[in-house]
Design a protein. Structure first.
Length: 339
């Protein structure tokens, strides 16, 4: 039976004066944290101790040698880990955020134009009573077939568009999908619309990638893409989706400021939101009492400056009691006279 001691060079157990080089080095059992033994000649782990005369035959080591002998592989690993940790910290500080944050460019790439800002809701902005409409559609859109010739002067910037209707929206009560498309075409092709000054031209297409899409959508879908910070049914242009969203609730019932004239209101709605799509992001106030309202005034919510100011106190509309008459056209007097 073995007494647990390793035999010496002659097969006998080593005595008190035997060389310690024949003793097996200690390695920690599996599962013990990785650490180097303090003394390679020790057969058991524990506090470092010296053995008199055990190293008298060895040459004296330098301080670096003693360090490497003592710490083993950790003498190399620890500095590397320190450098890596410093680099990670520096990268986190310079990036200014965590990896889970969305890049700022993602948020800036989408602009919602035309939706109301959070403020006091004027009664003039409330949806009038009227016919029924679908509160929500299925989120998909069907393109109305057909197209038009180019409308506008030669040399004008051409904008192509499709007319689309959200799935789940029944247009039978107001003439069907074709009626919606005809209203959009007739509005943009009118001599009082955006083509009047010769700067832009329009053409409806049925396929390909248009400049923007004029979409009749349910209120819930409009809220998803235009926002709903205040509880008013609005429409907007969303640059991220490339869509002009015409709110079905407004298409059916109009706005109080248009005194029940649903046809004029639909023309205004198309011209106003398409105006955002072709490069007119700013809203405008009523310039003087009794004048026709600018088409880029938020006439869905009112034609009085004070009403619009309460809705958006930080906006461009002053807090005064100036009231305009409703107007659907960018150029109500036709083509501007060259000055």
């Amino acid at each position: 039976m073995s007494d647990g001691r390793r035999p010496g060079a002659g097969g006998q157990p080593p005595g008190p004066g035997s060389r310690g080089a024949d003793r097996a080095p200690y390695y920690p059992p599996q599962g013990e944290p990785l650490r180097a033994p303090w003394d390679p000649e020790e057969s058991t782990p524990g506090r470092r101790r010296s053995v008199p005369g055990a190293r008298d035959h060895l040459p004296r080591q330098s301080a670096l040698g003693r360090f490497l002998t003592t710490w083993g592989w950790r003498a190399y690993a620890i500095p590397v880990l320190i450098v890596i940790t410093a680099l990670v910290i520096a990268d986190a500080v310079t990036s200014g955020g965590s990896a889970d944050e969305e890049p700022a460019a993602t948020e800036e790439s989408t602009e919602i134009i035309g939706a109301p800002s959070p403020g006091v809701v004027p009664t003039t902005g409330e949806l009038p009573e009227g016919g029924p409409f679908a509160e929500a559609g299925d989120g998909g859109f069907r393109v109305v077939p057909g197209g038009t010739d180019v409308v506008g002067l030669p040399g004008a910037e051409l904008y192509t568009y499709t007319v689309e209707v959200e799935g789940g929206v029944d247009t039978v009560d107001f003439g069907g999908d074709d009626s919606v498309a005809r209203m959009v075409d007739a509005t943009l092709g009118n001599p009082k619309s955006w083509t009047a000054d010769g700067e832009v031209a329009f053409q409806r297409v049925a396929d390909g990638e248009p400049s923007f899409r004029v979409t009749l959508a349910s209120p819930m879908t409009v809220r998803e893409y235009c926002g709903y910070d205040i509880e008013l049914e609005s429409s907007c242009y969303n640059s991220g989706t490339g869509r002009v969203y015409l709110n079905l609730a407004r298409w059916v019932r109009g706005a109080r400021s248009f005194q029940g004239d649903i046809g004029s209101y639909r023309q205004y709605l198309v011209n106003h939101e398409v105006g955002h799509a072709i490069g007119f992001p700013a809203h405008e106030p009523c310039p003087a009492e009794g004048l026709l309202a600018p088409v880029m005034m938020q006439q869905t919510f009112g034609v009085n400056n004070a009403d619009i100011h309460r809705l958006d106190p930080e906006g461009v509309v002053p807090d005064n009691d100036v009231t305009c008459r409703y107007n659907a056209w960018p150029f109500p007097d036709g083509a501007p006279v060259a000055g």
